[in-house]
Design a protein around this ligand. Structure first.
Ligand SMILES: [Zn+2]
Ligand SMILES: [Zn+2]
Length: 358
């Protein structure tokens, strides 16, 4: 088969290579890949900033946002059949920490987990992969067109799930949500919050004529462009939010966001920021607001298998409530042979996918 690989640590090493098809064990499933989603993590790995090859290999098959179709089922496998659409989870547990042992491998405390397409385990930019059925999520045909968004959706589901879990510390009836960032994660967060019935305001850099704004509004969310105004101005207009989701990719915005959370509110941080930026911040004011407001600020990464399942359920709900809206996130469909184009020129779309087969 063909696969797209990098040599981790070596900048711009991405290339396609021929290799043997992976061998399926009797308790595994062979999956034919349909498409992968591309994101900043893939770009960072190709820049040599991130990523590790599996033990014993000098290359890593890239790709973690995936959609495939079951091609062959091992003799010992129950519950899956050829032709089923599936999305695989990404992280695999370590063998030592109590969280992984309890199935909470997104909360791994040893750091010895592996992640397909990222850390010490091959990913999905390949014609085929094999996997144990416990890591596969069956996808209803109705959401096939945008199911490649399930991996980023699972990250959003976890963030919002954990926000609600944390808020069980009090009587909490959230009404106003602010989502910072109109990229794929921000828009998926807006969709989940709207499906939960919250008034949701998406804040982005783009003008209201941009597709991101149109998608937010189709979801029944409001869209505010911060081209000319600050978050504090926005808070004055809207009132204090009960929940803020930060997904801009800018650490500066994280600290601005800490100044706008409402009393007893919660701020969920989803941006993985690289770099080593240093900035002056009003630390006394921020600390006073957090303490006097009983506020929670927390970071969230990766997702548990149950968040993938929540994502599938919400995809069905969202597609029924706002038909076609999720498809609009998939703006750039790149042919398999042209994979290098995205890595050299990212473009201005929302979510790019690499089309592996039909
Ligand atoms: Zn991603
Ligand atoms: Zn662990």
């Amino acid at each position: 088969m063909q696969a797209i690989v990098v040599r981790p640590g070596e900048p711009n090493s991405i290339h396609m290579r021929d290799m043997a098809d992976p061998k399926m064990k009797p308790d595994q499933v062979a999956v034919k890949m349909l498409r992968v989603g591309l994101c900043g993590t893939d770009a960072e790995i190709n820049h040599g900033l991130y990523g590790k090859a599996p033990d014993g290999d000098e290359y890593l098959i890239l790709g973690h946002e995936n959609l495939g179709v079951v091609e062959e089922v091992g003799k010992k496998v129950k519950g899956l059949k050829a032709g089923d659409l599936v999305v695989s989870t990404v992280r695999r547990p370590c063998k030592v920490c109590p969280n992984c042992k309890a199935g909470e491998n997104d909360m791994c405390s040893s750091g010895q987990y592996t992640e397909r397409g990222i850390t010490r385990r091959h990913g999905f930019m390949a014609e085929y992969y094999v996997e144990s059925p416990q890591y596969l999520n069956k996808i209803p045909k109705a959401v096939r067109e945008f199911a490649v968004l399930l991996e980023p959706m699972s990250v959003v589901e976890k963030g919002i799930d954990h926000a609600f879990l944390l808020q069980r510390r009090l009587v909490w009836k959230p009404k106003l949500a602010i989502v910072l960032g109109g990229g794929p994660v921000g828009l998926l967060a807006a969709a989940v919050l709207r499906a939960r019935g919250l008034r949701t305001v998406v804040v982005g850099r783009e003008p209201k004529s941009d597709l991101r704004a149109q998608i937010a509004m189709q979801l029944g969310a409001e869209y505010v462009s911060v081209e000319n105004s600050s978050l504090l101005d926005l808070q004055k207009q809207l009132g204090p939010p009960d929940i803020v989701i930060e997904a801009t990719g800018s650490a500066k915005v994280v600290f601005d966001a800490m100044e706008i959370i409402g009393p007893n509110g919660v701020l969920c941080l989803l941006s993985v920021t690289g770099g080593s930026g240093v900035n002056e911040e009003p630390i006394d004011r921020i600390n006073q607001l957090l303490v006097l407001g009983n506020q929670v600020v927390f970071g969230s990464v990766n997702a548990n298998p149950r968040h993938f399942a929540m994502g599938v359920k919400d995809f069905v709900t969202i597609d029924k409530k706002w038909p076609g809206v999720m498809n609009r996130l998939l703006t750039n469909k790149i042919p398999w042979k042209d994979h290098k184009s995205w890595f050299t020129e990212r473009g201005t779309g929302i979510k790019s996918t690499l089309e592996i087969s039909d």
